[in-house]
Ligand binder design. Structure first.
Ligand code: RFL
Length: 386
């Protein structure tokens, strides 16, 4: 039984069905909501290799666009890193997460996979035994129960899997004290690169999604409502922080999506509790500063699928025993890089000597990225890698 039809749950479902393993996905949202929820867009080379390996990359091969440059704009000018020519020489593929999810869902259903939409998992019980139970309720609130051999908790950061962990489970967490206003603009990209701007008024970011839609981010006062600023105010603020007066205007358009993203990270340890296994955002939440969340979700889903297939078809449980440790190695490396990105792009709030000390460290970090080839190689390897 798989809880959640995001990237983690649907990659897992596809791999299990392809191996002839009977499974069902329980998904709280409607089919339309699942197929249209805009979130990530930058897929790492490793993620694309996983999807290709399992015949799940047709859509992204056809419509995804390679991406390999990022541009930093600071008080000291701007510089472009051609990260595709640095480090391991790998690129991102820009492909909206909702399109990937729609592809994965289409393949899963075509292969005979079963899914129940508008079915919310409420709790996972008896995970310490061989027949765990998932209590659910449907859209009308009617209760139900499912039993299976294993439950994969792929239901994100607010899902039932996390709520059902036994008392010994550890949650390592950090609130970075920074919020972003995440925006989707009906406008073509303004730069050929991912744009990162640091400014005394706060960070601003630019990320291509499609030729018609661009994602922007603005550092935003924590707690301020998403609709506090008018569209004009948003574009003025983006242009100011991205120094449009010096580097050229942004291509404006209607803001079609906005949400406040509080930069938070957590990791649950271990990822396995008997018959309940966590993957994707349910296993660990990573701030979007380094665009790692969806990539980790796909990686963990493949590791989990292989472990479940070994166990259920060959009676070999070594993969399941090692699942948590294997994933945690990747998760912590991604967390470390994401934390480094947060410190590259923001200065802690506050005043006085301590704030100016951190701000000077941040400038030194950017300067070293601008001038040191070995630092650039390190950045490229971690920025595109998982
Ligand atoms: P998802 O995608 O959240 O899917 C979980 C699914 O579970 C369902 N669900 C339940 N179903 C049944 N019962 C319950 N009780 C349930 N509770 C929830 C939900 O409806 C949903 O369908 O988790 P998954 O599969 O682990 O995938 C994780 C990624 O979605 C996430 O990490 C990324 O979107 C993070 N992220 C980015 N990651 C990248 O790799 N690259 C990016 O460029 C990137 N940009 C972003 C992002 C996340 C963002 N937000 C919204 C925080 C940009 C943003 C703004």
């Amino acid at each position: 039984m798989i809880l959640g039809a995001g990237p983690a749950g649907l990659v897992l479902g596809n791999l299990l069905v392809a191996a002839g393993i009977d499974c069902v996905v329980l998904e709280r949202a409607s089919r339309d909501r699942v197929r249209t929820r805009a979130r990530a867009g930058f897929l790492a080379a490793h993620t694309v290799r996983i999807l290709e390996r399992h015949g799940l990359a047709e859509g992204l091969r056809r419509h995804g666009r390679p991406h390999a440059t990022c541009e930093f704009r600071t008080d000291d000018g701007r510089f472009v890193l051609d990260y595709g020519a640095l480090g391991r020489g790998e690129r991102h593929t820009v492909y909206p997460q909702q399109d990937l999810v729609a592809d994965l869902l289409g393949r899963y259903l075509a292969a005979g996979g079963r899914i129940r939409f508008e079915t919310e998992a409420v709790a996972v019980r008896d995970a310490d035994g061989p027949r765990p139970e998932v209590a659910v309720r449907d859209a009308e609130g009617r209760p139900g129960r499912w039993r299976s051999r294993y439950v994969a908790g792929c239901d994100g950061q607010h899902g039932a899997a996390r709520r059902s962990l036994p008392p010994g489970a550890v949650r390592h967490h950090r609130d970075h004290g920074v919020s972003w206003l995440g925006l989707l603009a009906e406008a073509p990209p303004s730069l050929d690169a991912v744009g990162y701007a640091t400014h005394t008024r706060g960070f601003a970011g630019h990320m291509a999604r499609t030729p018609e839609i661009t994602r922007y981010y603005l550092q935003y006062a924590p707690g301020r409502p998403a609709d506090a600023w008018s569209e004009e105010r948003i574009w003025d603020e983006l242009e100011l922080r991205m120094r449009a007066a010096e580097h050229g205007p942004l291509r404006r358009g209607r803001i079609v999506g906005r949400q406040v993203v509080d930069l938070r990270s957590d990791v649950l340890e271990p990822l396995r509790h008997g018959s309940l296994l966590l993957a994707g955002d349910a296993a660990g939440l990573i701030s979007p500063s380094a665009a790692k969340g969806a990539n980790l979700a796909v990686l963990e889903a493949e590791i989990l699928a292989e472990a479940l297939i070994d166990d259920l078809t060959h009676g070999d449980s070594v993969g399941l025993d090692r699942y948590s440790a294997r994933c945690l190695t990747h998760i912590w490396r991604a967390q470390e890089f994401s934390q480094w990105m947060i410190r590259l792009l923001h200065s802690p709030s506050g005043a006085g000597g301590e704030a100016s000390f951190h701000d000077s460290l941040r400038r030194a970090r950017i300067d070293s990225l601008r001038t040191s080839r070995s630092q650039q190689d390190w950045f490229a390897e971690h920025y595109v890698g998982v």
